[in-house]
Design a protein around this ligand. Structure first.
Ligand code: NAD
Length: 448
């Protein structure tokens, strides 16, 4: 295991997870991470890391996922910079104690309020699909809330993991922030330790492992999971505009986005119009040969490539369908006439395949959604306010996006998280402070 600490960047050291946690806990106990000045200094250093060494991260993201530099900056590096700036702008205001009305029986001289206390030592476990953003955005919140942090990047994005393990200790307070690289054995060893919060992003099977381990220590968890995020396209919408926005949201990062539109529900007539519009939209984004487009990403590894290849014949290919294992390339693909029971509809796709499933009407679409796990995101394209309101009121999902997939997660003042099988808890902006703090109740009653 490589535990990175000051002076021994990227050198394997004998420091074990238990020692890392003990070291960070000792720092936390000194009170060093609590002053808002320490927190903002760490956030500024992290910002410097991203601006000075953003190109290192972009190169790592290209190596791991074939991400273009534009996409790496937009969805990972600049995304995190914005989260930092938003936090720096508002942190003092978010941390302000909140007065609570005192009941009459306590007397007029009593005072009550809530205040945010840091939790202690937090573990952040990140996945491979946005391997920088999904480690760093929780780190921003955990530091802003005054915690020490153990950060565990994903071993499936090895170049990004190595870059983060090299860069973070060079910029941040290494007595309070440690990067532990590795896979299942390392994560398992970490999970045996007592943390004050565990923030996990990834799939639900491992989410259960994390929650079980956390239960041993009564450690609270945030689980940022995935699942199938549906799209409903109403009749009489502008299908050209819908197709453009759908294709952008779906094929970003080659479909390996937790909130990517997973499948489309629409009526048969709209589906036919969408087919033609999606062919055009894909071509507009990646040309007639997406394999040669510098903007189009690759599948993370052979295992996921093979899994996705097995889903390509779940319907009639409208566009795409091609693949190349040596290059881990799967073309942006749209499938029509997809049966709800077909393999592509049985699991989260997490790749560049978009099935179109037809339903007779809105009632059937709502029933279809409610028959399945609660999604992380639900997207609606409809000109009808009644339809939009009905979907929002009659379904449950982590978020609802009307007219634009993915974008809700760029709104720092919205909580980002799932519900049911798509996760528990949320973060971003002030919601990260809620997640990584204890809201302490304080009552003061003077003796005289
Ligand atoms: P992954 O395989 O990289 O795993 C995530 C992390 O869990 C890694 O750091 C890994 O080392 C660790 N891990 C794996 N097995 C473990 C075990 N047995 N015990 C402890 N830790 C273990 O990523 P993944 O799970 O394939 O990620 C994809 C999934 O994550 C998809 O379902 C996607 O929708 C979801 N996701 C959700 C969000 C969100 O914000 N809600 C974001 C990205 C991805």
């Amino acid at each position: 295991m490589t535990v990175t600490q000051r002076g021994t960047v990227n050198q394997p050291t004998p420091e074990q997870p238990a020692d890392v946690v003990a070291r960070l806990r000792a720092t936390f106990r000194t009170g060093r991470t609590k002053p808002v000045e320490w927190r903002t200094a760490q956030l500024r250093r992290l910002r410097e890391m991203l601006t000075e060494r953003g190109d290192d991260l972009a190169a790592a993201l290209r190596a791991d996922l074939g991400k273009s530099a534009t996409e790496a900056y937009r969805t990972e590096i600049d995304f995190t910079v914005r989260e930092i700036d938003h936090t720096l702008d508002h942190l003092r205001e978010w941390l302000r104690p909140e007065p609570a009305p005192v009941p009459a029986h306590l007397g007029a001289d009593a005072d009550a309020w809530t205040q945010y206390d840091p939790l202690g030592v937090v573990l952040v476990i990140a996945p491979w699909n946005y391997p920088a953003q999904l480690l760093l955005a929780p780190l921003v919140g955990a530091l802003a809330a005054g915690n020490a942090v153990v950060a565990k990047p994903s071993e499936l994005a090895p170049a990004t993991s190595a870059a983060l393990a090299r860069l973070l200790p060079a910029y941040l307070d290494t007595d309070a922030v440690a990067v532990v690289e590795g896979g299942v054995p390392e994560a398992t060893a970490l999970l045996a330790e007592r943390f004050d919060h565990i923030f996990y992003t990834g799939n639900g099977a491992v989410g259960r492992v994390v929650m079980r381990a956390a239960a041993e220590h009564l450690t609270p968890v945030t689980l940022e999971l995935g699942g199938k995020s549906p799209v409903f396209v109403d009749r009489d919408t502008d299908v050209e505009a819908v197709a453009d926005r759908l294709a952008r949201g779906k094929f970003l990062n080659a479909g390996q986005t937790c909130v990517a539109p997973d499948y489309v529900l629409t009526d048969p007539r709209t589906a036919a119009a969408l087919e033609t519009a999606l062919v055009r939209a894909v071509e507009k984004l990646y040309g007639t040969d997406p394999a040669t487009s510098p903007e189009y990403g690759r599948i993370v590894n052979e295992r996921h490539f093979d899994r996705l290849s097995g889903l390509l014949d779940s319907g009639r290919v409208v566009v795409g369908g091609g693949s190349d294992r040596t290059d881990r390339f799967i073309a942006p693909t749209v499938l029509a006439d997809v049966d709800p029971g077909s393999p592509v509809m049985r699991e989260e796709i997490f790749g560049p395949i978009l099935p179109l499933v037809t339903v007779p009407d809105l009632d059937a679409a709502i029933a279809f959604i409610n028959d399945r796990d609660k999604p992380l995101a639900l997207y609606v394209f409809s000109e009808s306010e009644t339809t939009r309101e009905r979907i929002a009121a009659e379904t449950s999902s982590g978020a609802v996006g009307h007219g634009l997939p993915l974008a809700h997660l760029t709104v720092s003042d919205l909580p980002f998280g799932g519900v049911g099988e798509s996760g528990m808890g949320s973060y971003h902006g002030r919601y990260s402070i809620e997640t990584f703090s204890h809201r302490k109740a304080v009552l003061v009653k003077p003796l005289r």
